[in-house]
Design a binder for this molecule. Structure first.
Ligand SMILES: Cc1ncc(COP(=O)(O)O)c(C=O)c1O
Length: 386
């Protein structure tokens, strides 16, 4: 385990620490829970700082924007492992990828317009593309069943339909809902195959596997994964790809933030931290009432007090946790919030108030800590460049 005190004193706060050992163990654990025909796809949106570290542990990377592509490409990720996905595939980006990188083979199709664009680019640059057609769950993503069939029936020789993609939402803990979803997917795949005589070889499915962030929750993950695997066994003759972001990455991340001010008034004890909700996203947090897993440094004995933890934004909503009992705090004490490896670093409202972005440190396989992003000014980004 990393020496947190040492890392924080070396790098300062606010700071994200992503522990690659924890991440690798997590992926090995997940891989061990699925059948041999099943492989993991990492959704880069969850955390774009870790793809290179897990390149050999996952089968593919789900990339949803040109920005995510540029990150993975600059990291030297094998382009054969990329699945170019996303609800908006803009023409210049798709043209650049198809014209420049003949080894970026696989794209998802989220609409008939996207399909036309991909066909046009495949023809223009004389490429063969491998497509996964995303079936909608009724929202803005993916194509409907009729459009799906239409694509299967009409695709030209330089368009290879590898299979189907389906993702309906994140943090889904209801096994009943997942069973229904996989059942419906199986029914649709079978129907399309019988109707068209075409075989959909790959099922890329995002279950939205949940992460339990709060102390008031309990969850039997073994049972969840075993049931998920059992449900997926209907696809035993196909290659199944499980698309995951949160469940892969959350556990590797710790966010360190320091107590920078304290005050008391008739409403209680107020603690101001140097971070805030701009850096920390706990899915399912409601009005800061739920207590995420955290540690407090340094380890000091003493009577407990009740505090509410605030960030440094100018909004009354910037509350990390309400009314927690911890030992008496002092300026400079450090909270280490757990399970922040997914989405906090990518989804936080980090431009608000033009505060600097936290540092990012990777604790790597050789047990050394490497800074991969320094404190970064957002005042340059929020600046009107006349
Ligand atoms: C298409 C798709 N796949 C996978 C994911 C990852 O979801 P999760 O982090 O819940 O595993 C997302 C998240 O938005 C997504 O849109």
């Amino acid at each position: 385990m990393p020496d947190y005190a040492k890392i924080v004193s070396e790098f300062g706060t606010p700071l994200y620490l992503f522990d690659i050992n924890v991440l690798s163990d997590r992926i090995a654990y997940l891989n061990s829970k699925f059948s041999d025909n099943t492989a993991l796809v990492y959704a880069v949106k969850a955390n774009s700082f870790i793809p290179k570290e897990i390149e050999n542990d996952v089968a593919r990377f789900e990339i949803c924007s040109k920005g995510e592509f540029d990150i993975c490409n600059s990291l030297g990720i094998n382009r054969n492992k990329m699945v170019i996905s996303g609800v908006y595939k803009d023409r210049p980006s798709i043209e650049e990828m198809i014209s420049k990188y003949s080894d970026v083979l696989k794209y998802t199709v989220e609409s008939l317009n996207q399909y036309e664009l991909l066909k046009e680019m495949a023809n223009r640059y004389n490429r063969t593309l491998h497509l996964l057609i995303r079936l909608t769950s009724g929202n803005q993503f993916g194509v409907n069943k009729e459009e799906f069939r239409q694509i299967i029936k009409e695709h030209p020789v330089n368009i290879i339909i590898d299979g189907i993609e389906y993702f309906s939402g994140t943090q889904k803990y209801s096994l009943k809902k997942i069973a229904r979803e996989i059942g419906n997917l199986y029914e649709f795949v079978t129907e399309v195959e019988q109707e068209t005589g075409f075989s959909l070889g790959e099922i890329e499915y995002g279950p939205g596997a949940p992460v339990f962030y709060f102390k008031d929750e309990s969850f039997d993950e073994e049972e969840y994964l075993s049931e998920l695997n059992a449900q997926l066994s209907v696809f035993k003759d196909k290659k199944v790809y499980i698309e995951l972001g949160r469940s892969i990455a959350a556990g590797c991340g710790t966010y360190f933030t320091s107590v920078v001010d304290m005050k008391t008034n008739k409403n209680g004890n107020f603690v101001i931290l140097d971070g805030g909700i701009n850096h920390l996203v706990y899915y399912g947090q409601t009005m800061a009432m739920r207590i995420p897993y955290f540690d407090l440094y340094p380890d000091r004995k003493g009577d407990e007090e009740t505090y509410t933890l605030y960030g440094s934004l100018c909004t009354v909503n910037d509350i990390i946790v309400k009314s927690i009992n911890v030992r008496k705090l002092m300026l400079g004490d450090i909270f280490a919030f757990k399970n922040v490896g997914a989405y906090s670093v990518t989804e936080g409202i980090s431009l608000f108030l033009s505060r600097d972005l936290p540092k990012v440190v990777l604790y790597n396989r050789n047990k050394s800590a490497t800074m991969v992003r320094d404190f970064t000014k957002t005042s340059n980004i929020n600046y009107p460049n006349y």
